[in-house]
Design a protein around this ligand. Structure first.
Ligand SMILES: *[C@@H]1O[C@H](CO)[C@@H](O)[C@H](O)[C@H]1NC(C)=O
Ligand SMILES: *[C@@H]1O[C@H](CO)[C@@H](O)[C@H](O)[C@H]1NC(C)=O
Ligand SMILES: *[C@@H]1O[C@H](CO)[C@@H](O)[C@H](O)[C@H]1NC(C)=O
Ligand SMILES: *[C@@H]1O[C@H](CO)[C@@H](O)[C@H](O)[C@H]1NC(C)=O
Length: 536
């Protein structure tokens, strides 16, 4: 059997030579213990399609070259080529990432709900907005998520905050690309999104690291989210990375307050066999600084990172044990330089006040890019934007504001600014907002719940001392984004239950009258004498 499989794969590898591009599938799992005793697990499945550029958007009307892939996900490849998408990032997350306790996430896109952004080349026969709409609907179908609702009312183009992670190709000397971004905070990730996600992997969830993705355990995690990232990196080709992140709590089922974990205890499964289609398959465990016990012995330790190569036909489990029970003591030295609290205050349904409290924990000044993408139903009053440090209004905190005003019933607002935080300071930003009055058809079915507003994003600007890479000419070097929590806004809502009550009441009355009249009209009345037997 194994020999047959071997021949089969040799045959496949031979085929890849015929079609002229190489494909590689690398998978890995990173496990690290967090400061508060939880365990962060990050799955990453990367497929590389070597030597293939993204589709030239100017040739969208011409027939496309045929697509023959071995490990590259065909369903995703077809969507990317159909709409000539150069770079794509889709994340679906549940819960809000706690930067103070957990530090930076391994995969930076942790905004609550769904977030989709794409870079697309200009000059196509189809407009970028039409392609963006097609892309949203195609991805919504592929991942069973309501991305179709990321319509023009939620689409922005925040080019000061989102930069391509890969390279944007230049076709015929011009590399005009446009960014489209949308987020949907009320979208939740669940098993129906995981199943199509697993189908894009060459080994599905049958073998290899993906077999640990057990929906019963991972959707029970304190935080979880999945991501799809597509980018082009020049000569090494198109990279598709599917990622899954989860923050598990081994202390929850533990009576003795021990942080001990194993693959079996985290996922309810261990790896039975490795994925034969993978080029590499590794498990990385971050080793703690205090006493611990890990089994089996890692095949390689580099710094604090132990790695296991699990390629080959064998079962695998790894377990980490601590001799002592765990006591959480919050420390204020986190890897994240700032912390943010965003709230929407005000009790009326017509206006409110957006407030941001940003603390800089470092002893150096920190510059940030601040991005708000707000649906039109909350409108900023920019002249009321003030920054206070220690109670005093400061004019030098906010600079370089770029603002795209919302269009009622269609476009959202995009607000981008640069903030400069003093060392070890707390900055309060406040701004008055107006809440719109919606048409009754614009309310969601659960109108009384309110509207979810997307998270704000704060991106630290790296200073030169922190970062020795050469600055590119027109773009600042940005650090990892920090997503704030989402907000829930209460807009003026009509009493939808009143017409409902009237309809219910009228319907009951009509049903009652109709029933009685129908009964009277169709019933046959006959007179039967006391000594007469009833008619058959
Ligand atoms: C590319 O540019 C050259 C001249 O620079 C032009 O002759 C050619 O038609 C262009 N091709 C396309 C597809 O636009
Ligand atoms: C294939 O795996 C090896 C490690 O096993 C790695 O060094 C190499 O970069 C991988 N190839 C590609 C194209 O990713
Ligand atoms: C504002 O942004 C422009 C480019 O986007 C940059 O050249 C300029 O230095 C910025 N100004 C400040 C005060 O940061
Ligand atoms: C940056 O480069 C300087 C010298 O060019 C060096 O002294 C410094 O350690 C470097 N910093 C980092 C963070 O690598």
């Amino acid at each position: 059997m194994r020999l047959a499989l071997c021949w089969f794969f040799l045959f496949l590898v031979g085929c890849s030579g015929v079609y002229g591009h190489e494909e590689y599938f690398n998978e890995n799992l990173k496990i690290s213990s967090l400061q508060d005793g939880r365990v962060s697990t990050t799955f990453s499945f990367e497929t590389i399609l070597k030597g293939v550029p993204p589709r030239d958007p100017r040739l969208l009307n011409a027939p496309d070259s045929s697509q023959h892939y071995i490990v590259f996900p065909l369903a995703l490849g077809q969507i990317l080529r159909e709409y000539a998408v150069t770079e794509l990032h889709l994340t679906l997350n549940a819960g809000s990432w706690n930067y103070e306790r957990w530090g930076y996430p391994e995969e930076s896109g942790v905004g609550t709900g769904a977030e989709l952004w794409a870079w697309m080349g200009a000059g196509a026969p189809m407009s970028i907005d039409d392609r963006w709409q097609g892309l949203r609907n195609a991805l919504a179908g592929l991942f069973c998520a309501s991305l179709g609702t990321l319509d023009e009312q939620r689409t922005t183009s925040p080019t000061h905050s989102y930069f391509p992670h890969g390279i944007l190709p230049s076709w015929n000397g011009s590399s005009a690309h446009e960014l489209r971004h949308g987020s949907m905070p009320s979208e939740h990730v669940c098993t129906e999104n995981l199943t199509p996600f697993l189908k894009l992997l060459p080994c599905k969830s049958l073998s290899g690291i993906a077999s640990l993705l057990n929906p019963h355990r991972i959707f029970d995690a304190d935080w979880h989210g999945l991501g799809i990232h597509v980018l082009w990196s020049g000569e090494s080709g198109i990279k598709v990375r599917l990622s899954f992140q989860g923050v598990m709590d081994p202390l929850r089922p533990s009576i003795s307050q021990k942080r001990d974990w194993s693959l079996e205890s985290l996922f309810g499964r261990s790896i039975e066999r490795s994925c034969p289609a993978a080029n590499s398959s590794n498990i990385y465990v971050t080793l703690p600084s205090e006493a611990y016990n890990i089994s089996p012995e890692p095949s390689k330790i580099v710094g604090q990172l132990a790695s296991y190569d699990i390629l080959g036909d064998k079962s695998f489990n790894v377990a980490m044990k601590w001799p002592r029970s765990f006591q959480y003591s919050p420390s204020y030295e986190t890897s994240v330089p700032i912390s943010v609290v965003r709230t929407l205050r005000g009790a009326t349904q017509a206006s409110g006040k957006l407030s941001l409290v940003i603390s800089n924990h470092r002893s150096t000044p920190q510059s940030l890019v601040y991005l708000e993408t707000m649906p039109w139903l909350v409108q900023f009053q920019l002249h009321t934007l003030h920054a206070r440090v220690d109670g005093r209004i400061r004019d030098d905190v906010i600079s370089n504001i770029s603002y795209m005003a919302p269009v009622p019933h269609s476009r959202p607002a995009t607000f981008q600014a640069e903030l400069r935080l003093a060392p070890r300071s707390v900055t309060h930003l406040t701004m008055d907002v107006d809440k719109a009055f919606l048409r009754y058809t614009e309310h969601p079915p659960d109108a009384q719940r309110g509207w979810d507003l997307p998270p704000a994003v704060l991106i630290p600007i790296l200073s030169d001392t922190e970062d020795n890479h050469t600055r590119s000419s027109n773009r600042q070097r940005l650090g990892q984004p920090i997503y704030t929590s989402t907000l829930l806004v209460d807009v003026a809502t009509p009493d939808f239950s009143m017409p409902y009550n009237v309809i219910i009441f009228t319907c009951s009355l009509i049903a009652f009258i109709f029933g009685s009249v129908f009964n009277l009209l169709t019933r046959k009345f006959v007179v039967i004498g006391p000594d007469q037997p009833p008619e058959k």
